[in-house]
Design a protein. Sequence first.
Length: 580
Amino acid sequence: MSADRFSRLASLLAATVLLAGCGGGGGAVPAGTQAAAPAGNGRGTARFTITIPKANASSASARRSPRYVSPATASMTVSIVTNPGGTSQVNETAGLTPTSNGCSSTLASTVCTLEVSLPPGSYNAALATYDGANATGNELSQGQLIDFTIIAGQANTIALTLSGIPASLQVAGAAFPVTGSLSGGFTLYGAAAQKLVVEALDPDGNVIVGPGAPTFTVAESSGSGFTITNPTTTSPNSVTLTPPGTNGTAEIFSLTAAYGDNTCTLAGAVCSTTFSVKNDVQSLFVANVTGGNVTEYAPPYTGTPVTISNSLSEPWTLAMDASQNLFVADESNNTVTEYAPPYTNAPTATISTGIDSPERMTLNAAGDLFVSNYSSSAVTEYAPPYTAAPTSITNTVAHPESLALSTSGELFVGNLTTNKVTGYTSPYTGAPAVTISSGISYPNALIFDSAGDLFVANQVGETVTEYASPYTGSPKATITSGINGPISLALDPLGHLFVANHANNTVTEYASPYTGAPLTTIPASSGLDQPAALVLDGAGNLFVANQAADTVLVFAPPYTGTPTTISTGLTDPTALQLTP
C-alpha cells in the first residue's frame, strides 16, 4: 500500500518544527452600470437611483395615467437583507422631492440617489413608497423586491423609475439555488421552495417600481410538477416555485404584466414573456479510503447509501464528467476505474497504464481525464474511452499532489517536494508555461475562480495564496487569519472562498479581497474532526468530509447553524463529489 498524504504531511511537519527550533525554516445583477468604488475596505456600494417623472414631462415613458405618477409621492424606504439567510443589513428612508437630500430636479423629472455600503454578497432590497416625508404618510406601494450583488471595491447602480412603458420583462433568481437567465432557462437546485423576482424595465433599462409598476401573474405553459405561488399585495413582484424534487423535471411558464389602464396597448409595450425552469437534485458520492468503497447518497442524504465496491480497494479521490460517469482513483491498486449510472455494475473502464499512487483527478470539457501520480512524479492524460496509452507530463513535475484547469484550458500542477505550482498549455508535454514559487509551501489544493484567479492551499506554509494571470511574481493576496493546515478549497458563485483547516478542525470562509479575518468560522464544536474535503452544491450548502469522525457534515447558508450529519456507511472519508 502506498503511503497516504497525511502520513507524508506528518513527516514534513516534523521536519519543519526541527528547522524552526534551529532558527531556520521559513444572481443576477439588475439593470444598471458598475463603477469604481473606494477599494481596500473589503466592501462595495449599492447605489439606488430613482427617477420621478413630472406631470408636465413630454417623454413617451411618462405618458401614463396621472394616478401612477402622483406628485404626492414623497419618500421611499429601502430594506436590505442578505440572500440567502434573510439577515437584515440596512433600513433607509430616502426623500423623493426636488428639495430632498440626494435629489436633483429638471423640467422633466426629479432624480434621487441613495448609496449604501455593504460587505460583498448577494442581497434583496424591499422597496416601499409613501406620500409623506420619512415614511410618515400613506403607503402607496410596498414590498417590491430588487435582487442585486455586491462585489468588493465596486459600486452597483440599481436604476429605478416610478413610471414608464415596459420595454421588457425580467426574471431573476432571488437565492443561490436558482441559477440561469430568462433567455437560457433557469435551474432550481434541491427540493425546497424558491423565489423568483419579476420586474418590468423601461426602454432605458430602469426597473419600474412604486405605484407605476404592474401586477404580475405566472402560469404553467407546458410541463408539470412545479407548484406556483403568485405575487401578493405585500410581495408584488415575488413568485414562489416549489419543485417536485425529481431530477430533470422541467416546465415552461408564462409571465404576464397587467396595468389598470391602457399601458399594454401603447407602442413598444412588452407585457408578456415565457421562461423555463428545470429541477436539479444532486446526489453525493463519498470515497471511503479504508472502507474500500464509494457511497452514494440521495437528498436529504441521511438515508441508507448505495455502495460502490466493485474493483475498489483504497479509493482516494473522485471525479465526474458531464454525463455523470464517476471516476475513482484507487491508491493501493494503482488504477482509475470509471462507473456509469447506476454505478453498482462492473466498471466501464479500468485505467492502469501510467497510474502510480493517484492523488487527484480533473476532467476538461472534452472529457479528457488528468491524473496526478505522486510516486512516479508524473501527470497522465487519458482521452475517452480511456483505453489507449496516456500522454505523460513529467517536465518539472515533482510529486504532484493537486491539479486544476484554468478557464483557458491550462493545466496547473501543485508540486510538493519543490514547493512550486507549474502551468502547462496544450498538449501539456513541453516545459511549463508558468512557474509559481513565491508564497508556495506544500501546495496540496488548487482552485480557480470565475475571473481566472488561482488559489493555492499551502499546508505547511499555513497560508492560502491568490495569483492573478499571468500568475508570475508575488501573490495577489495571502490569507493567514484562521488558516491552520489548509487541505481543501471551495468557491461559491459570489467568490467566497472556503478553506478546510485539517490541523485545527475548522472551516473558514473569506470574502474578497480575502486578506482580513474570516467572514465565517465553523468551529470544531460543530462536529468537524480532521476535515479533509469540501464541496458546495447548487443551493449553496457546504459538505465537509471529516476523516477522523467518519462523517460528512452539511451546513446550510449562512453556515452558522446546526449541520445535518451523514454517518451511515462512512469509513475514513477523504473525497466528495456531487452530480453536476
